[in-house]
Design a protein around this ligand. Structure first.
Ligand code: AP5
Length: 224
């Protein structure tokens, strides 16, 4: 998929914790061929591998705080410099601060690229609390489910060794803090991308299929 100027597409999925960014990113990456890059998944992978970065990130993640900008920006910029990112990226959970957004803009500008569109998945705090409280994911393959809204399908197992777990940051105290952190540090990005005329908003309180269709329409509006 390329933008209206024929360039590689870089797309941001923005939204509060639990808005459905990861759920939508997996499906949209499959449909568009864009590389799905989730900074949360990168930190969790580092944690599983016992790296220094993973252990550092865990202290912030468990409390629902953001990992410091210098660490997160360094990790993301290294990742988008690799060959497989040259076909375009779908950013999930990055940027989360204005400083991160500026660093991404500078890195893309240096490559003659820019963000094509930022899609805000709009969901109320009440709905988010319901979603995160019921979220489970498979520790083996990372597939994400919801105990009520999106339960695992026994006839279509996600992998050979299904092991469903709840994330440590989906405990009630961490959820409340993540929502506050989003309001304080990430919501200013709505104004940032609106000022750049790069914001599109979809209603996240529909079925995952309907949200996915609206998201695809937003990408088609800026692609050729
Ligand atoms: P991260 O992993 O990015 O978490 P998040 O942004 O808080 O987002 P979530 O993964 O919680 O939710 P989501 O929007 O992907 O929703 P999902 O699809 O899972 O970050 C975790 C931590 O890492 C951060 O707190 C921070 O510490 C650190 N971090 C990461 N990036 C960072 C950065 N850039 N800077 C600094 N620190 C960073 O869906 C949620 C649930 O709802 C699921 O159960 C799903 O099945 C269900 N669901 C999805 N869509 C629907 C629907 N339409 N209807 C009903 N249910 C639905």
């Amino acid at each position: 998929m390329s933008d209206t100027k024929g360039r590689t597409m870089y797309v941001i999925l923005l939204g509060p914790p639990g808005a459905g960014k990861g759920t939508q990113a997996v499906q949209t990456a499959e449909r568009t061929g864009l590389l799905h890059l989730s900074t949360g998944d990168m930190f969790r992978e580092n944690l599983r591998n016992g790296t220094e970065l993973g252990n550092l990130a865990k202290t912030y993640m468990d409390a629902g705080e953001l990992v410091p900008d210098d660490v997160t920006i360094g990790m993301l910029l290294e990742r988008i410099g690799r060959d497989d990112a040259r076909a375009g990226c779908l950013f999930d959970g990055f940027p989360r601060t204005v400083e991160q957004a500026r660093a991404l803009d500078e890195a893309l500008t240096a490559q003659g690229q820019e963000i094509a569109v930022t899609v805000l998945i709009d969901v109320s705090n009440e709905e988010i609390t319901r979603r995160l409280g019921g979220r489970v994911s498979c520790a083996t393959c990372g597939s994400v489910f919801h105990q009520v809204f999106n339960p695992p399908d026994a006839s279509k197992p996600c992998c050979d060794v299904i092991k469903l777990i709840q994330r440590d940051d989906d405990k009630p105290e961490a959820i409340a803090n993540r929502l506050q952190v989003y309001a304080d540090q990430t919501e200013p990005l709505v104004a940032y991308y609106t000022a750049a005329d790069k914001l599109s908003t979809v209603n996240g309180e529909q079925s995952p299929e309907a949200v996915g269709q609206d998201l695809l329409s937003a990408l088609e509006a800026v692609s050729n």
